[in-house]
Design a protein around this ligand. Structure first.
Ligand code: DAH
Length: 348
């Protein structure tokens, strides 16, 4: 067979296999086997030298023409294969934009934070500023200045976490209540009037049970000035209870004892669950205790920088976790700081 016939044969062969090729890889193979340096056409062209000189130019042109034909057929096929691959990818990677979106999980405030903010808001409306005082205190501030000397039996009311200090140095502790904030607030204002609440964390060296945690919150309140009476204390706390539990909420004050107030009381609200009939939440009394309170003891007024002959005041202390538990019928305080999502996500 002549070189030209062989060339025609190769061309025909190449053009007939091309349409059966459908992948990029197979196309590259096709290209190298016909058009590559070691491909069929290149190999055959090495035999051009064997032709008589006068036939060579025409044969050379024929070679170029076949190369041209195959190259343009190749590029056409390439376009077809590429667009097929692209369409394929489009279907494979398609996103159904009509599907409903996944809802994002929104963070929420801890129940204690929510109640603290509610309490802050209610007292702010009544003219109380929100103050903070340290969680680490001295024995003097947490106890002595609040009329609770070292051997006073009332110390049994507060089991204390003491912090190691060098021998002879003043005793340092984690505050057992927010009441030392009363001293800080009075000393910052005396002899001018003061009206603040002090929310924050307290710590007790307690056996942790359903009713006791070693860390919890309190909100302390104190108002000192001239002519402040027990009526002011009652009006303030009744106003607070009505804003928290709804107007018309029944309240009662019971005599009690705290070393830093005289007289001392505890504030009860009517059980919102049974409306006073008696149930599990109120332990069948019909009442829920929500705050300790009283008139600031003259010694404590003096320790705060006031003259009890001129000044008087009231103070109160309440537990937001306790208030939340009573509000929502939560029977175990340990839920609050367990970090359990199942509990926390119920407060939206
Ligand atoms: N500090 C008291 C406690 O932890 C609560 C308290 C009672 C605070 C009466 C007061 C108060 O300011 O007047 O049990």
């Amino acid at each position: 067979m002549s070189i030209i016939d062989q060339l025609a044969h190769i061309e025909q062969d190449a053009l007939s296999t091309l349409p059966t090729i459908s992948s990029v890889e197979a196309l590259a193979e096709w290209k190298s086997s016909y058009l590559g340096k070691q491909g069929a056409i290149a190999k055959l062209s090495r035999e051009l030298g064997t032709l008589p000189a006068d036939q060579r130019p025409a044969a050379g042109q024929r070679f170029n023409a076949v190369r041209g034909t195959l190259e343009s057929a190749l590029s056409e096929r390439e376009t077809v294969i590429n667009s097929a691959a692209q369409n394929d990818a489009f279907t494979r990677e398609a996103v159904d934009v009509t599907l409903p979106g996944r809802p994002t999980v929104v963070g929420r405030l801890h129940p204690s934070t929510r109640v603290l903010r509610m309490i802050d808001g209610i007292f702010a409306e009544m003219g109380f500023q929100v103050w903070e005082s340290p969680e680490v205190e001295t024995d003097t501030l947490n106890f002595e200045l609040l009329n609770i000397p070292a051997d006073h039996p009332a110390r049994d009311m507060w089991d204390t976490f003491y912090i190691d200090t060098p021998a002879g140095a003043e005793k340092v502790l984690l505050r057992t209540h927010t009441s030392p904030g009363q001293i800080h607030a009075m000393r910052a204002h005396a002899p001018n009037p003061v009206r603040v609440i002090l929310p924050g964390k307290c710590y007790r060296y307690e056996q942790v049970t359903t009713r006791h945690e070693m860390m919890f919150h309190q909100v302390e309140g104190i108002a000192v000035g001239q002519n402040i009476t027990f009526s002011d204390l009652k009006g303030t706390l009744i106003g607070f209870a009505e804003r928290l539990y709804g107007s018309g909420t029944k309240t009662r004050f019971r005599p009690s004892y705290f070393p830093f107030t005289e007289p001392s009381v505890e504030l009860d609200v009517e059980c919102f669950l049974c409306k006073g009939d008696g149930c599990r939440v109120c332990k069948h009394t019909g009442w829920l205790e929500i705050s300790g309170a009283g008139m600031v003891h003259p010694d404590v007024l003096r320790n705060g920088g006031y003259d009890p002959a001129i000044h008087s005041g009231f103070a109160f202390g309440m537990g937001p976790e306790r208030i939340t538990m009573l509000r929502h019928g939560i029977d175990d305080i340990r839920w609050f700081f367990s970090g359990d999502e199942r509990f926390l996500e119920q407060f939206v």
